[in-house]
Design a protein around this ligand. Structure first.
Ligand SMILES: Cc1cc2nc3c(=O)[nH]c(=O)nc-3n(C[C@H](O)[C@H](O)[C@H](O)COP(=O)(O)OP(=O)(O)OC[C@H]3O[C@@H](n4cnc5c(N)ncnc54)[C@H](O)[C@@H]3O)c2cc1C
Length: 404
C-alpha cells in the first residue's frame, strides 16, 4: 500500500483544516469526572467523522492511511487544547496497533473500527503482584475447556480498567513450558461474568488504575491474539507500541509540567528575569524539543517500514527523565507553593497534582532501570543479564504462589 507522504502545500492545507476543526469542536473545558466517558466517546466519534481518528491506521479498519507527517501535524495542533481523549490512550496506542499487527482479519475488522469510532475503551492486563518488570513470571491461568478458555487469577495496576469494554489479557496456557513460551494473549470482554475490577489510589489521590480479578471467566477460542503459547511475541509487540506511544504522546501545552506552563508559572512568581531560572527553563525547552524531534523521526521511520525496536525504550526513558527535570524546575520556581496553597486556588492544586502524578512515568510501561537494561543490551551491545530461569518449565520455578 502506498502511503501519501504529503507535500509542504498539502500538509499546510491539512494543518489549516485541523486547526479550524479543533477550534470549532474542541470542548471549552475538561468534562467533570461523571461526564468524562460520554464526553470522551462523543469527542472520539466526532474525530472519526471528521477523518482525524487513526490518521496512520490502514483504511480497511477505518483509518486514514496517511503518513506520520500528517499525524505530526494533527498532534502539533491538538497540543494547544486539553482534549478528553485519555480513556482511549491504551486502545489507540497499544491494544489497537497489536490487534492490527497480529489479529485475524475478523478481529481487525470487528474491533478496530469500533475503537476508532469511540465505541469501546480498552485496557492492558499484563502486570500481576508477582510479575511486573518480569512479566513472563505471571501466574494467571487459562485452561482450555471445550470451545472456551477458562481464566483464573489476578492483575494489578490496570490503567482505565474501570471504564474498559475490552482488555488485552496475557495468561499462562502451558505451565510445563519455560516461562516465556507458555503464554497466550486474549481479547477479554471486560463485561464477562467473573471479571471484577477494584480501584487503586495513587499518591495524587486519584484512582487511575485497578486490580482486576478473574473467577472462571470464559473466553471463546477465537479471541486469541496471534497463536496459542506465542503470547510472549504478542506481549513484546504490544510493549514496543506502548513505549513509542508513551514516549511520543504530546501533552497539551496547558499541562503543568510542560515548558509553556512552567514559563507561565515563572511569570506568576516574578522570576523570569532570574538568570538561574532562565537557564533551567532553556534547558527544559531544549530537552522537550529534542525528544519531540526524536519521536517525529521514529514515527516516520516506523511508517517507512523500520520498526523502532529498542529505540522506543529511549523515548520512554527520555520522557520520564524530562518529567523529573520539569518537577525540579517547578520546585525551584514555586518553592513551598508546590506543597501548600490556599483553598480554592485551582492553579495551586493543579500544580501539586502535576508534581504528584509525574513520578509514575518512571514506572509505568516498564521502569527506568528496565529501559536502561534494554538500551544497554539491544542498542549498546552490552552483555545480557544472566537469566537462569529461561529454559526451566514454569511449573518448577519458585515464583509467586509456587514459592511454598
Ligand atoms: C501509572 C501506572 C500505570 C500502569 N498501568 C499498567 C497497565 O495498564 N497494565 C499493566 O499490565 N501494568 C500497568 N502498570 C504496571 C507497570 O508496568 C509495572 O509497575 C512495572 O512494569 C514495574 O513492575 P513492578 O511494579 O512489579 O516492579 P518490580 O518489577 O517489582 O520492580 C521493583 C524495582 O526493581 C527494579 N528492577 C526489577 N527488575 C530489574 C532488573 N532486571 N534490572 C534492574 N532493576 C530491576 C525495578 O526497576 C524497580 O525499581 C502501571 C504502572 C503504573 C505506575
Amino acid at each position: 500500500m502506498s502511503v501519501p507522504n504529503g507535500s509542504p502545500t498539502e500538509l499546510q492545507e491539512y494543518r489549516d483544516g485541523v486547526r479550524s476543526w479543533l477550534k470549532a469542536n474542541a470542548p471549552a473545558s475538561m468534562p467533570s469526572a461523571a461526564e468524562l466517558i460520554p464526553a470522551a466517546k462523543a469527542f472520539q466519534a466526532a474525530l472519526f467523522d471528521a477523518g482525524y481518528a487513526g490518521i496512520t491506521w490502514p483504511k480497511d479498519v477505518g483509518g486514514q492511511g496517511l503518513s506520520a507527517a500528517y499525524q505530526q501535524v494533527y498532534s502539533d495542533e491538538a497540543a494547544a487544547y486539553e482534549l478528553p481523549t485519555y480513556p482511549f490512550i491504551i486502545g489507540m496506542g497499544m491494544c489497537g496497533p497489536t490487534v492490527n499487527d497480529l489479529g485475524t482479519g475478523e478481529q481487525r475488522t470487528s474491533y478496530l473500527p469500533r475503537l476508532l469510532r469511540g465505541e469501546d475503551i480498552w485496557c492492558q492486563l499484563f502486570s500481576e503482584p508477582g510479575a511486573g518488570s518480569d512479566v513472563a513470571s505471571l501466574q494467571t491461568r487459562a485452561v482450555l475447556d471445550g470451545d472456551a478458555w477458562v481464566v483464573n487469577g489476578q492483575k494489578v495496576w490496570t490503567t482505565n480498567a474501570q471504564w474498559a469494554d475490552f482488555g488485552a489479557l496475557l495468561a499462562r496456557t502451558d505451565p510445563d513450558r519455560p516461562k516465556h513460551s507458555g503464554l497466550t494473549m486474549f481479547i477479554l470482554d471486560m463485561h464477562a461474568p467473573g471479571v471484577t475490577v477494584r480501584p487503586l489510589k495513587d499518591m495524587s489521590g486519584r484512582a487511575p488504575f485497578n486490580e482486576v480479578y478473574f473467577d472462571d471467566v470464559r473466553i471463546p477460542v477465537d479471541a486469541v491474539i496471534g497463536q496459542v503459547n506465542a503470547g510472549w511475541n504478542a506481549a513484546v509487540t504490544m510493549l514496543g507500541h506502548e513505549r513509542v506511544s508513551i514516549g511520543a504522546t504530546r501533552k497539551p501545552k496547558t499541562n503543568p509540567m510542560e515548558f509553556a506552563s512552567l514559563v507561565e508559572l515563572a511569570r506568576r512568581h516574578g522570576v523570569t528575569g532570574d538568570p538561574a531560572q532562565r537557564e533551567r527553563l532553556a534547558e527544559l525547552y531544549a530537552h522537550e524539543r529534542v525528544l519531540e524531534l526524536f519521536n517525529v523521526r521514529m514515527r516516520q521511520e516506523t511508517m517507512a517500514g523500520n520498526p523502532p525496536g529498542a529505540r522506543g525504550s529511549v523515548a520512554k526513558l527520555a520522557g520520564a527523565l524530562l518529567l523529573r527535570r520539569a518537577i525540579d524546575t517547578a520546585g525551584q520556581i514555586a518553592g513551598s507553593d508546590t506543597i501548600a496553597w490556599e483553598p480554592g486556588d485551582a492553579r495551586g492544586a493543579e500544580l501539586a497534582l502535576g508534581i504528584n502524578s509525574a513520578p509514575a512515568s518512571s514506572i509505568a510501561g516498564g521502569t527506568n532501570e528496565v529501559q536502561h537494561n534494554i538500551i544497554g543490551e539491544r542498542i549498546l551491545g552490552l552483555p545480557k543479564e544472566p537469566q537462569v530461569d529461561r529454559d526451566i518449565p514454569f511449573r518448577e520455578l519458585k515464583v509467586g504462589t509456587q514459592r511454598g
